[in-house]
Design a protein. Structure first.
Length: 231
């Protein structure tokens, strides 16, 4: 059994670094579109038994439930503390896996998610292990743990290296998979070009970004192909 867990912060805090020039409503709509794309990709992967969203935001919770996910409402203690709280509340059995996917990975493809989960099948269920899909900037886009608390959560800058070190310190088998659609996390302005140029998923996210770009491009002006910003 594999449980997928998606942490999402409050909407008013969303995507401020990605597109700081956009109005709050547009940035919040982008966060929700990304979440719905990710939930759909997880559901279509065919290897996830439960999809859970942990968030302190009631609107995020409503949209997640409408998309077919379970919801854990939590306070705002920070990402790693929120994941520890969720892992404790979900209480997977020792032979069950917990797959954490950050909500920034809007372009995740079902086949890449499936490859990550299936990789865990090569290790006997009685052995602890973690499987990590790194982001292009050295972060962690997705982390599968079996058991769910095999190592402490180390999300943040350079988290791939810190998760690797945590696995070494805990004597837990560590596996890293380079998966193209999971390498792009939409967090900084420079991530937009890579996302829009990629053949990954994220139908809702792409449509919204294109609409925002059209709305902010003056009539009669063609945007250069090299343009990576929405405005």
């Amino acid at each position: 059994m594999t449980i997928a867990l998606i942490p999402v912060k409050r909407l008013e805090q969303s995507k401020s670094r990605l597109l700081p020039e956009l109005a709050d409503a547009a940035r919040q709509a982008l966060t929700l579109a990304m979440l719905e794309d990710l939930i759909e990709a997880l559901a279509r992967s065919g290897c996830i038994d439960r999809i859970v969203v942990t968030t302190p935001d009631p609107q995020v919770a409503r949209r997640a439930e409408a998309a077919g996910a379970e919801v854990l409402i939590r306070p705002e203690p920070g990402l790693n503390a929120a994941l520890e709280d969720a892992a404790q509340r979900l209480a997977p059995a020792p032979d069950e896996a917990l797959l954490i996917v950050l909500g920034d990975v809007a372009g995740a493809l079902p086949e890449d998610l499936r490859q990550l989960v299936c990789a865990a099948g090569s290790l006997p269920a009685t052995r602890a292990g973690i499987w990590l899909a790194p982001s292009a900037d050295g972060g962690t886009s997705a982390l599968l743990l079996r058991p769910a608390r095999a190592i402490p959560f180390c999300f943040g800058p350079a988290s791939a290296a810190r998760h690797r070190e945590a696995a070494r310190a805990a004597n837990v088998a560590y596996h890293e998979l380079a998966l193209a659609s999971l390498a792009i996390d939409l967090d900084q302005p420079e991530d937009l070009a890579a996302f829009l140029a990629s053949p990954g998923g994220g139908t809702r996210t792409r449509a919204l970004l294109e609409r925002l770009r059209a709305e902010r491009t003056p009539a009669g002006r063609s945007e250069p192909e090299s343009e990576t910003r929405i405005p």
